[in-house]
Design a protein around this ligand. Structure first.
Ligand code: XMP
Length: 512
């Protein structure tokens, strides 16, 4: 990648750190989250236009509280300290941090000095999210006050000459009104950024660097049809052309027509060297009679790797293996925090017996929304770019109990009707995940004058941002009615449809 203007975000353990990085990027400036104790040499190497200190749960007086190298303030690089970041700046530079009697929490009116470069475009009072106990009692020498609330005398401060700024509130969250403008002002008015981070420049620069790296060497990519691996594959193909081979395993657990759609896009639209491995029977026989969800996941994960290895062997040695790692994964693992993803979600892992020299991760600096924008930039169809999350084990964990071909067919039909009607009702962008489940339950029904004894389909639809928690979606009754009536009329062996009205927690999104 060509060197973009960079903002370094020093992570002091706050819960909104990724959000700060995203906000900076939304302002078209590249940002990186780094540990709070990053060395001065490393900082100089990265040559940032500015530095942001995040908030964090610690008190500057705590024995183990995170502290940065005090020399940071003498580098001549602008610094914005947020919450704990402001308190640390104060503490190091000789001001005084005091303990408040009570915690100030919530969107609070801050009286600001809107002649400051940090607050250009604001009125004299603005609602920002405050969330702190300690506060800056007196600002360090050389600083002036540029903001206060009824209970916090120094809600914002600046040392204009040294370009050091502190704010006690959180501009990165939505509860702060127009908070992104504070960040934008810091980037453009104080750090003098020009805003060179766009997805089109990312695509252009990546292709150039990948071309240099790959040359005419061989690259192998496992394509799942999911957003990350699809975007990674197309991006690499622009640099590697025919030297890229993608292996797409169709294990028969994808949604209706999905295998054909993926093949069509990659082969026809992008002319990618794609090997589709039809291994439905192999997976089904491994799964025969298996009812335990974790067992299903394990079998599928292992089998996936085995088939991939066998196919890779046919190709022979390659130089690079593509991984669809994205930035949140890098932040989570790089900063030593425990991963938020449940272990069983990481289906697959790295194949052990594939002959490659190096991993290549073209998306490792991108957030999910940036991956999607890159996908659009590359011309990948919208329905693929905005595809809802789909679990690695696929429909195997949406057929409750043992899996057969007939059951999969029933589920595929019902699920396809549900998705079609959600799209017809224009709800596909507001519901984050929606699908049908084939319950293992049979019940009595009546069709014409005949008694039936057939399956129950459950519909699941959730609204969520992080997929760790979520609420069931309040789909209008007329839409549900249409889905239900179409499913029982059009799908054989289904005589009942129910709607899952449980949130997460206590239920999970998937039924298995
Ligand atoms: P749960 O069911 O745990 O799901 O609420 C949260 C999100 O993770 C997806 N999910 C999986 N993804 N392999 C995956 O790649 C899995 O085994 C798996 N299980 C659940 C689920 O679809 C939802 O988006």
């Amino acid at each position: 990648m060509e060197k973009n203007e960079t903002i370094l975000i020093l992570d002091f353990g706050g819960q909104y750190n990724q959000l700060i990085a995203r906000r900076v990027r939304e302002c078209n400036v590249y940002s990186e989250v780094v540990p709070f104790n990053i060395s001065l040499e490393k900082i100089k190497e990265k040559n940032p236009k500015g530095i942001i200190f995040t908030g964090g749960p610690a008190s500057v007086y705590g024995d183990d509280s995170p502290k940065c190298d005090p020399e940071i303030f003498n580098l001549g690089i602008p610094v914005l300290g947020i919450c704990y970041g402001m308190q640390l700046m104060t503490h190091i530079l000789g001001g005084n941090v005091a303990k408040a009697g009570k915690r100030e929490y919530g969107t609070t009116n801050v009286i600001i000095d809107n002649t400051s470069l940090l607050f250009q475009g604001f009125g004299s009072t603005n609602g920002f999210l405050m969330s702190h106990t300690d506060f800056v009692e007196s600002v360090p020498k050389g600083f002036t006050n540029i903001g206060k609330t009824s209970s916090c005398p120094n809600a914002a401060m600046e040392n204009k000459d040294k370009k050091l700024y502190g704010i006690q509130f959180h501009p990165e969250v939505n509860n702060s009104i127009n908070g992104t403008l504070v960040i934008k002002n810091f980037l453009y008015n104080i750090c003098n950024c020009s805003g060179d981070w766009t997805m089109s420049s990312f695509v252009e620069d990546s292709i150039k660097t990948l071309k240099e790296k790959i040359g005419d060497k061989k690259v192998l990519c496992a394509l799942s049809g999911g957003v990350d691996s699809s975007v990674a594959a197309v991006l690499i193909s622009k640099a590697a052309g025919n030297n890229l081979t993608c292996i797409f395993l169709d294990h028969g657990l994808l949604r209706k027509n999905e295998g054909d759609e993926v093949e069509k896009v990659f082969k026809e639209q992008f002319d990618i060297n794609l090997i589709r491995v039809n291994c439905q029977d192999r997976f089904l026989s491994k799964l025969a009679g298996v009812t335990d969800p974790e067992q299903k996941r394990k079998i599928i994960g292992e089998e996936f790797i085995r088939v991939f290895e066998e196919e890779a062997k046919k190709i022979g040695a390659v130089d690079f293996l593509v991984q669809g790692t994205i930035y949140p994964d890098v932040i989570e693992s790089g900063l030593g925090k425990s991963s938020v993803i449940k272990s069983h979600h990481n289906v697959g892992g790295l194949p052990e017996h594939v002959d490659f020299k190096e991993i290549i991760e073209p998306l490792r600096n991108l957030f999910k929304d940036e991956v999607r924008k890159t996908g659009l930039e590359l011309g990948i169809p919208e329905n693929l770019v905005f595809r809802q999350p789909f679990p690695g084990p696929g429909l195997a964990i949406r057929v409750i109990g043992d899996i057969t071909n007939d059951k999969l067919d029933i589920l595929k039909e019902a699920d396809s009707i549900f998705r079609e009607e959600i799209a017809n009702a224009g709800l596909h962008k507001s519901i984050n995940q929606y699908f049908a489940v084939l319950t293992n339950l049979k019940s009595v029904g009546v069709m014409g004058d005949e008694r039936t004894y057939d399956y129950t389909i459950a519909l699941r639809a959730v609204e969520t941002t992080d997929f760790m928690t979520g609420v069931w979606s309040k789909i209008p009754y007329d839409v549900l009615e249409k889905v239900s009536s179409r499913i029982v009329n059009e799908v054989n062996h289904v005589n009942r449809v129910v709607y899952d009205i449980t949130s997460k927690p206590p239920a999970t999104i998937e039924w298995e």
